[in-house]
Design a protein around this ligand. Structure first.
Ligand SMILES: NC(=O)c1ccc[n+]([C@@H]2O[C@H](COP(=O)([O-])OP(=O)(O)OC[C@H]3O[C@@H](n4cnc5c(N)ncnc54)[C@H](OP(=O)(O)O)[C@@H]3O)[C@@H](O)[C@H]2O)c1
Length: 320
C-alpha cells in the first residue's frame, strides 16, 4: 500500500515515516522545503517537494505518485507561544487545515485515493462545560474565546471536509498536546526553557485539564487508524488527563526546576488574555476509549508522568 504523508518532516511526520517504512508501506514524504528531501530518503521514503497551498502542485503530486492513502500532517506552528495572539499564530496552520485540506482532498479524489487521515486537535476545542472526560460524542466549544474562533473554525472545517468527502474514507485524529523528541515539549524545548526560568506560572486554580500524547504514540495511533479506522473522529490521548496545577509542578520537578509560581486570575488575564485563562483554568480532558476499542491502540506512555520522566528527549532529536 502506498501512503503519501503531507508534512512528512514535521514533529509527527518524522516519527510516522520510519514506522510506516518499517511496516513495509511504500511511503511518499511531502515537504515544501527542498533542503529536507535527503532526510526523507534517509528515512526510506520517496520524497516530493510541493507547497500544500499551491493547488496545481498538489494536483500534480498526487497524479504522479498515485497513493492509496493520504495522511495530512501539515501545520505551521514553529515559534508559536503567545496565547494572546492565538489566532494570528495559527494563521498558517488554519490555512493548511482549510485550503490545504481542500486541495489535498480534491487531488485525492481525482487520483483514486481510498483513505484520508487528517490531523485535528483535541483539548482546548471541546466545550468547557460539564464533568468527566470528553468523548468524540461531546460537542466542540460553541463559544471559544474571541482570539481562538478562527482556529476553532479551521478545526471544524478540516474535520467536516475529511469526514464528508465522497468516494473515500475520511478520518480526523484529535491528537492531544504533543510531547517528546522534536516537539515544543521536550527536555530542551521552549516549554522546558520557560519552566526552568520559572516563567510559566500556574494561573488561578490551575484547574484546566490537559490531555497529552507522546509523539511516538501519536504516530502509532495514526498507523492504527490507517489500518483499522473507519470514517469518523478519534481522540488520540494518553490515559491520564491532568489539571495544569498537577502536571506543571511535576514537569518542573522532573526538569530540576523550582516550583512554578502561582498568580491570580486577574493578573494572569493581563499577561495571557482570555485564551490563556481558558487553557489554565477551564479546558477539559479527553477519553481515549474509542481509539482503544476501535483501533486497538493503547499508548505505550500511558501517563504523561512516565512520559515526562523517560520520554521527553530533546528538541532536535530525529526519529527514534
Ligand atoms: N497536537 C499538538 O500538540 C501539536 C500539533 C501540531 C504541532 N504541534 C507542535 O508545534 C511545533 C511546531 O510545529 P510546526 O507545525 O511548525 O512544525 P512541524 O510539526 O515541525 O511540521 C510541520 C510540517 O508541515 C509541513 N508544512 C508546513 N507548511 C507547509 C506548506 N505550505 N506546504 C507543505 N508542507 C508544509 C512542514 O513541511 P516542511 O518540510 O516544508 O517544513 C512540516 O513537515 C511542533 O514541534 C509540535 O510539537 C503540536
Amino acid at each position: 500500500m502506498k501512503v503519501l504523508v503531507a508534512g512528512a518532516t514535521g514533529a509527527i511526520g518524522k516519527r510516522l515515516v520510519p514506522l510506516l517504512v518499517a511496516k513495509r508501506y511504500e511511503v511518499v514524504g511531502m515537504t515544501h522545503s527542498p533542503g529536507k528531501v535527503d532526510s526523507l530518503h534517509e528515512a526510506g521514503a520517496e520524497a516530493v517537494v510541493a507547497d500544500g497551498l499551491d493547488r496545481a502542485a498538489i494536483m500534480q503530486t498526487l497524479t504522479q505518485t498515485k497513493p492509496d492513502a493520504v495522511i495530512h500532517q501539515m501545520s505551521g506552528l514553529t515559534g508559536a507561544g503567545s496565547f494572546k495572539k492565538f489566532d494570528d499564530e495559527f494563521a498558517v496552520t488554519n490555512a493548511l487545515r482549510t485550503t490545504g485540506t481542500d486541495y489535498l482532498l480534491d487531488a485525492a479524489k481525482q487520483s483514486g485515493v481510498r483513505r484520508f487521515i487528517a490531523q485535528s486537535f483535541g483539548g482546548w476545542n471541546y466545550e468547557r462545560r460539564g464533568s468527566g472526560l470528553k468523548t468524540e460524542q461531546h460537542p466542540l466549544d460553541p463559544t471559544p474565546p474571541a482570539n481562538q474562533t478562527k482556529s476553532m473554525d479551521a478545526i471544524r472545517y478540516v474535520e467536516e471536509a475529511a469526514l464528508g468527502a465522497e468516494g473515500l474514507e475520511g478520518m480526523a485524529l484529535r491528537y492531544g498536546f504533543f510531547y517528546g523528541p522534536g516537539t515544543g515539549l521536550s527536555a530542551d524545548g521552549d516549554i522546558a526553557n520557560l519552566v526552568l526560568k520559572r516563567k510559566l506560572p500556574i494561573v488561578g486554580d490551575g484547574a484546566g485539564v490537559w490531555s497529552f500524547v507522546h509523539i511516538e504514540d501519536a504516530a502509532r495511533a495514526t498507523i492504527a487508524a490507517l489500518e483499522d479506522g473507519e470514517r469518523g473522529v478519534y481522540n488520540v490521548v494518553d490515559d491520564e488527563p491532568a489539571p495544569i496545577a498537577e502536571w506543571l509542578p511535576e514537569l518542573a520537578r522532573i526538569l530540576g526546576a523550582k516550583r512554578p509560581r502561582r498568580i491570580p486570575t486577574w493578573l494572569g488575564r493581563i499577561a495571557i488574555g482570555d485564551v490563556g485563562i481558558s487553557m489554565m483554568t477551564q479546558i477539559r480532558g479527553m477519553s481515549n476509549a474509542k481509539a482503544n476499542r476501535e483501533l486497538g491502540w493503547q499508548p505505550r506512555y500511558k501517563s504523561w508522568r512516565d512520559g515526562f520522566r523517560t520520554g521527553l528527549g530533546n528538541a532536535r532529536m530525529g526519529p527514534a
